[in-house]
Every structure is written in structure tokens, then in C-alpha cells.
Design a protein around this ligand. Structure first.
Ligand SMILES: [Zn+2]
Length: 218
């Protein structure tokens, strides 16, 4: 699945063609007959690549699948690269008592936030991926959101310049400070599990009760 910056770049590239008629189509998808798209008018290009065409809407991902949908769906409030991104809604989601790395990949709250961004921003914010959001201070969650927005914007801008991404933790064996990186497949029970990299030293595990006074023993 392409991540937000890739999709946004594609949206920026296709926007100038809104209003024009499709003169040629191609591709290897078997989901739809691409010839249907011939001579239709491109009506919109949104970050989630929902392109309504006359009565019929279709969703178009490059490097991904295509399918007919009944209506356009795009919620800029959950798009970290949109000026309409709703921080309050995102913070509420992050405060849930589930591992923070599960919430970050929940596209209902963070559309466009994929596995690379997840790994990188957890490292930047020094948060262990399995930390329940409910155990983190609001200031930590605010910082994580800042990292998400800044990292995604920087990635988009480097993409637009044609430059590559230089991850600090994703697919690395050592963190930038030289510590050994741990790798694990993490995801909710019955849900999608994704390879995750973290530095146990830079991103220490937070256990329930951390910060509480030690129990009194006799
Ligand atoms: Zn480290």
C-alpha cells in the first residue's frame, strides 16, 4: 500500500488534468475493465484518489488495486497531510488503551499513515511500539503527532524533488546511536500484522504501573 506522501504526490501530479477527458487507458488490473474509463471526464483528484466520473465513481491507485465504488469517500480530517487534519480526533484515538502501533495504522484515524511512517515516528518520539496509548502523557502523544505531520511532510517534499527516503529505524539493524534494533511482527489479534523495528534503548518499554510508587512490602 502506498503511504500518504506517495498518494499525495500522485494527487498533485494528476490535479492539472481535472476537467479533461480520458483519451487512453492502460494497466494490468483485472478488477475492472479499464476500457470503461475511455472518454470519461476526470472530475476530481483527491488525496485518497477517489475520482468520481459522471454517475460512476471509481477509486484509482497507482501501484495498487482499482475498483468501482458507489460514491466518493474522502475524510480530510483524518489525513495527516491535509490542512483540515483534526488533531483532537487523532489524539482521542491515540489515547486508547491499545498498543500505539496498532492505532497509528488505523486508517479511520490516520489515512495515509503506513508502516514506514509508523516505524520512523515511533523512533523519533522515543516510544516503544507496544506501549498502550492510555499510559502515555498527553505531551508524548502531542509530540508523536508532531513527528507524524513533520515526517510525512518532509517525505512528500523530498519525493517532489525526486529525492529518496533515508529511514532511521525502518529495516535497520542499528539505530542512529549504534544500538542493536529489535524486529517483530506486530498487529492486533485477528488483524493485519506488520513488521516493526524499534530500539529497546531509545524506545524503552512502558509497563502498567511505571511511575507509581513501589508497592509496600513487609
Ligand atoms: Zn537506540
Amino acid at each position: 500500500m502506498p503511504e500518504g506522501p506517495s498518494v499525495r504526490k500522485f494527487q498533485l501530479l494528476t490535479s492539472p488534468f481535472v476537467g479533461q477527458v480520458v483519451v487512453k487507458v492502460g494497466g494490468s488490473t483485472r478488477k475492472i475493465n479499464v476500457n470503461y474509463l475511455n472518454s470519461l471526464r476526470l472530475q476530481d483528484s483527491q488525496v485518497r484518489l477517489v475520482l468520481p466520473l459522471r454517475e460512476r465513481g471509481f477509486r484509482f491507485f497507482y501501484n495498487c488495486r482499482m475498483q468501482w465504488i458507489s460514491s466518493p469517500r474522502a475524510d480530510p480530517a483524518s489525513d495527516i497531510l491535509s490542512v483540515e487534519f483534526h488533531r483532537g480526533q487523532a489524539l482521542d484515538a491515540l489515547r486508547a488503551p491499545r498498543p500505539i502501533c496498532y492505532t497509528l495504522l488505523d486508517q479511520r484515524y490516520f489515512s495515509g499513515l503506513g508502516n514506514i511512517i509508523k516505524n520512523e515516528i515511533l523512533y523519533l518520539a522515543k516510544i516503544h511500539p507496544l506501549t498502550p496509548g492510555s499510559l502515555l502523557a498527553l505531551s508524548d502523544l502531542e509530540q508523536l503527532l508532531d513527528c507524524a505531520v513533520q515526517f510525512s511532510s518532509a517525505w512528500l517534499h523530498s519525493k517532489l524533488r525526486g529525492a529518496g527516503l533515508h529511514p532511521q529505524i525502518y529495516q535497520k539493524e542499528q539505530c542512529p546511536l549504534g544500538h542493536a534494533v529489535t524486529k517483530g511482527t506486530l498487529g492486533p489479534l485477528g488483524g493485519l500484522k506488520r513488521l516493526t523495528w524499534w530500539c529497546p534503548q531509545c524506545q524503552p518499554e512502558v509497563l502498567p504501573g511505571d511511575g507509581d510508587p513501589p508497592p509496600v512490602t513487609e
